[in-house]
Structures are given as C-alpha cells and as structure tokens.
Design a protein around this ligand. Structure first.
Ligand code: N01
Length: 534
C-alpha cells in the first residue's frame, strides 16, 4: 500500500464492535496505518453495552459468528443454540486477543466531530479527550442499534430512585431483590429481560404501548454432534446461509407455498411445527407471511391463539395480543415471556390509549393514576441506524453537516457511502441489509468491500472516492421499493425511524441479502464504475 503520509493515519475506524474489529484486522493485514476510537471501555460494541438480564442473540451461535478465519470458527466452541451476551462478549474478547486488535483502539473516547477538509482531502476527527487526528479514510463502524432512545417524558429527572436503560446496563449488574420495579416498553430487550427481572423483583409492572409478537426461542445447550457436523463443512454451511434472505437459517427449509393455499389442518400443522422449532424461522413457515395481509393475519391469529392458551387471565391475554402486522416491527424471541404474566406479582399496564403522562419522585403517572416504584427500567430502544452516526457531528465537503444532508432521510449509496462525504464509509449503514440480516455476515461483507475498494483506489493513485448523487437517489428508491413490496411499511417500526419523534419516515434496511450481495459483486466486477474517483 502507498497511501500518503500527509496525515496521521490512513484510516480512522470508529467503533470496536464486530464491525470495527474486523475492519481493523483487514486494514492491518494490508499494511494500512489505522487508528480505532471506541466510546466503551473495551471491545464488543452492542454486546459491551447491552448487559441486561436475559440478553441473548436471536440468530443461532453457529451462524452469528465470524467466518473469515477457519481456524477461529473451528477452535471456538459455542455452548448454547443462541448465545447469551456474556458468551458473545467473551468471543469478542477472544477475537481481539487472537488477532491482536485491542492495542489498535483507543477506548473510553467518543468522537465529537469529524470534518472533511477538501483542500487536504483529509478527515479531521476530534474526540472528547481534546485530541484531533487526521486520516484519509473515515470508517464508521458505530452499529445500527447503539444510540439509546429515552423518551422525553415530563419529569424524567424527577424520579428519586435509580433508572436503567437496557442498552446501557450497569456492568456489575442490578439486584432487584425485594423491589417494586417498572419496565417501560415491550420490544426485544423487554421481552428478553422481563422474565428474569420478574424472578428477582418483589413486584413488576410492565408499561405496554404496543403489544409484541414473540415466538419461543427454545434455547438449549448446543448439541456437540450438530456443531461438529457444521464444522466439518463450515464453508458450505456459510454459503447456504448467504443464500438465505436474511443470511441465516442455512439448514432450515424455506417453504415456497402460500398460507392461503393450505387447508386449515395443514396450516395449523405447519405453524405448530415452526412454533415448536422456535425463533425467527416462524416467518418462513409459508412464503407469503411477510408479503400478503391475509396470509399475515392467519399467522397472527395462530400466535394470538397461543397467547390466549398460555396467559391465564383473559383480560391480560387480550392486552398482550398484538393487533399489528406480524413481523412488521421486528419479531421477538423469548424464554418464557407470556408465561411471566401468570405470576401474581407481575402486572401489565396498557399505555396505548393513555400515554405515560409524567414521571414523579415516586413513580409513573398514566391515566390519572400514580404507580410507585423503587426502580424504573427503560426498554425503550434506540435511535436506530442513523443515531450513532449523527451523534458524531460529521461534516462533509463544502461544510455540509450529515445531519442536514439526512434531514429528509438517510441518502446512502449501497448503505456504504453518502455523496459529498468522500472517503467516508458506513459499515452496515442505512440502505444495506444491516439489521434485517445476520449482522456479522453483513459486517464481514462490508469490511471486505471497503478494504478492496481502498486498495484498488490506492493502487491507481486516486486520492478520493465518493458516491454519485444520481446513483444514491436511485438506490434509496430501490430500498424503498423493496420494502413496499412487503408488509414492513405498515407499522411504526424503528426500521422506518418511526419510534423517534420527529425522525424522517424512510425505510432504512435493504431487504434481501442475496440480491444485495449480487449488487456488490457487480460493482466490484465493473471496477467501481458507479463511484466517482479523484
Ligand atoms: O427496542 P424497541 P428494543 N411510551 O424499539 C416502547 C435489537 N435487539 O431495545 O412499540 C411507552 O424494539 C415501544 O413502544 P412502541 C433488535 O433488532 C436485538 O427492545 O413504539 N412506550 C417498544 O415497546 C430490536 O428490534 C436483540 O409503541 C414506549 C419499546 O419501548 C432492537 O434491538 C435483543 C415509548 C422499544 O422497543 C430494539 O429492541 C434485543 C413511550 N414514550 C434487542 N417509547 C438480539 O437478539 C418507546 N416505547 C440480538
């Protein structure tokens, strides 16, 4: 590599999660001089921050792991079908040690500004420690779900007891024994943590605005024989995974038939089979659950039937039955979520028609009633996909802030580059399969694409690479057309930015990992003719 020495580094990588770590590994391997900056105290990203009880990955361990090193994937032994947060964090640390990555990052340091200087063709990256470093390339590996979202409730700071956000959980854990606890929210983080918080707390009240669909995860110790079988043909297993719509579920059949063509008996039998299998694959029981409203309603009816059969109080069961499109908000996977509401000390408060009015010193007020608590848990999610990028105050060519460019929604070519921000890349950015696919597979794909592109440009003496506005606009259109072909736009999900007041409503992830991969391969094969070099 020959990148100039006019700046401190060839590249700055922001984030030391799975994206930043692999990016750093590839840059180092190619001899690029790179510096990593990470807000947390160590590697792990999502798995460093989300330490709430019950936190586990909804993608099976044998698939939610790096594949770039066969030695790594052969040597590492997962213990569970779905790994929990502590095991995944151990894995991240193992990778950091095995590839000597930790020393390449500066921890406990946040990027506060990143400004492109067109005259030098260099990024100036400022941090909260007062340092500024310069680099030719800026690689944002800040994650899709990193910027926590706490609603601006009136009296937010008035509550006298401790408050916790699932996405920024204390490292030493929290002991809720003997306490009256509130959980606000019923998304994935709440669904995973509520059964465990209920085991500890003396009294637990869940504030639900939208009921979630959750399928039992059916987590269990990983069968060593199955692990050995996969390892014996790991490459083929990974290749099958990459051909799946969301880059996981390599060995599970995807049915091509319609729910609407099945007899009621066959429908029930198939739904039951997938319910028993557990987790996300429920959506693959028939081909049209995520595409056709009538098909979706039948699948949703099946899940509502399950809720009514599990939850003994019929009023609570009705409140827990979602009336939204199944899978439109991200499907959850649980370990005893609905069963938890059968416990006498667990209560459900519906805040759909009577929103939370305010927090007080003692607790939470809704519908004119004050509920008193010792502790409050915000399981209120994230400013997804764009929040962590915008928080870095990125300014591109001609002084254009990214926040201004994305005021009407994130324009991003391939989810990797945004016009006017030369030499800046977003790993699993908006416009890529990102959170609608196996994130580690998407991360590897992006890090390899970026490294290849930088090396290609460098070898030809190009100093900058930028996206082309027309290509970017067309790409945003494609991403939204693909979403409109499905039922995804039919709810207020974070995929659409609809969970954060004032955020533009634009569908952000690209649906369909195999088509996306094909597109990236064609861009490489055309020698990046859709990009602009200078
Ligand atoms: O956040 P969410 P999350 N008043 O946005 C409610 C990933 N993840 O942290 O639906 C009352 O899903 C909100 O209500 P509503 C995964 O991709 C992965 O649970 O907006 N309630 C909702 O119920 C997931 O999708 C794993 O009406 C309010 C909840 O808060 C993503 O992270 C595990 C409110 C937020 O749910 C986010 O999940 C966990 C208000 N003002 C998470 N504002 C893995 O398995 C918000 N809510 C890897």
């Amino acid at each position: 590599m020959t990148i100039s020495n006019e700046c401190d580094f060839d590249a700055v990588v922001v984030g030391a999660g799975f994206g930043g770590m692999y990016m750093m590994h590839l840059l180092a391997q190619r001899g690029f001089k790179a510096r990593g900056i990470e807000r947390g105290g160590d590697v792990g990203g999502t798995w460093y921050w989300n330490r709430y009880p019950g936190c586990q990955c909804d993608v099976e361990s044998m698939e939610y792991s790096y594949q770039f090193s066969d030695e790594l994937q052969q040597k590492w032994n997962w213990t569970q079908r779905y790994a929990g947060q502590p095991e995944i964090l151990r894995y991240a640390n193992h990778v950091a040690d095995a590839f000597d990555l930790r020393r390449r990052f500066t921890f406990n340091t946040s990027v506060t500004a990143a400004t492109y200087h067109d005259d030098e063709k260099v990024w100036h990256v400022g941090t909260d420690t007062g340092e500024t470093v310069t680099a030719r390339f800026l690689i944002m590996a800040t994650g899709c779900l990193s910027a926590t979202n706490t609603p601006a409730f009136a009296g937010l700071n008035d509550f006298a007891g401790p408050t916790y956000h699932t996405g920024a959980w204390p490292h030493d854990g929290v002991d809720f024994s003997g306490q009256k606890v509130a959980v606000i929210g019923t998304g994935s983080s709440a669904v995973q943590s509520i059964p465990l918080i209920a085991r500890q707390a003396a009294d637990l009240t869940v504030f639900q605005r939208t009921a979630a669909y959750t399928i039992p995860a059916r987590n269990m110790p990983l069968d060593p024989e199955r692990a050995a079988q996969i390892k014996a043909n790991y490459k083929e297993f990974r290749a099958r995974g990459a051909l799946s719509p969301a880059a996981f579920g390599a060995d599970y059949p995807r049915n091509l038939d319609s729910v609407l063509d099945a007899t009621p008996e066959e429908r029930e039998r198939r739904f039951e089979e997938y319910w028993q299998h557990g987790g996300f694959m429920f959506l693959a029981a028939f081909s049209d659950i995520s595409l056709n409203m009538d098909a979706n309603r039948l699948a949703a009816d099946f899940v509502r039937g399950k809720i009514r059969s599990i939850v003994t109080d019929p009023d609570v069961a009705e409140l827990l039955c979602p009336d939204t499109v199944l899978g439109c908000k991200r499907l959850c996977a649980d370990n005893g979520y609905y069963e938890t509401y059968n416990l006498p000390h667990v209560h459900l408060v519906d805040v759909s028609s009577h929103p939370i009015e305010k927090l007080t010193a003692k607790g939470i007020v809704t519908n004119g009633k004050e509920y008193e608590f010792d502790a409050i848990v915000f399981a209120t999610g994230f400013d997804a996909m764009t929040g962590s990028l915008l928080n870095c105050n990125i300014v591109g060519r001609d002084g254009l802030p990214l926040r201004q460019k994305w005021a009407a929604g994130p324009g991003n070519y391939l989810g990797l580059m945004t016009t006017g921000f030369p030499n800046m890349f977003t790993i699993t950015g908006p416009g890529s399969p990102s959170a609608l696919a196996n994130l580690i597979t998407g991360i590897e794909q992006h890090a390899e694409f970026i490294t290849g592109l930088i090396a290609w440009a460098d070898a030809r003496g190009h100093r900058t690479v930028d996206a082309i506005q027309e290509e970017e606009d067309r790409w945003v259109e494609i991403v939204n057309q693909r979403a409109n072909f499905t039922l995804y736009p039919n709810c207020n999900s974070w995929y659409l930015g609809a969970n954060v007041p004032g955020k533009p409503r634009v569908f952000m992830p690209y649906i369909g990992f195999p088509d996306y991969s094909k597109k990236l391969r064609s861009v490489v094969a055309s020698e990046y003719e859709q990009l602009m070099f200078a």
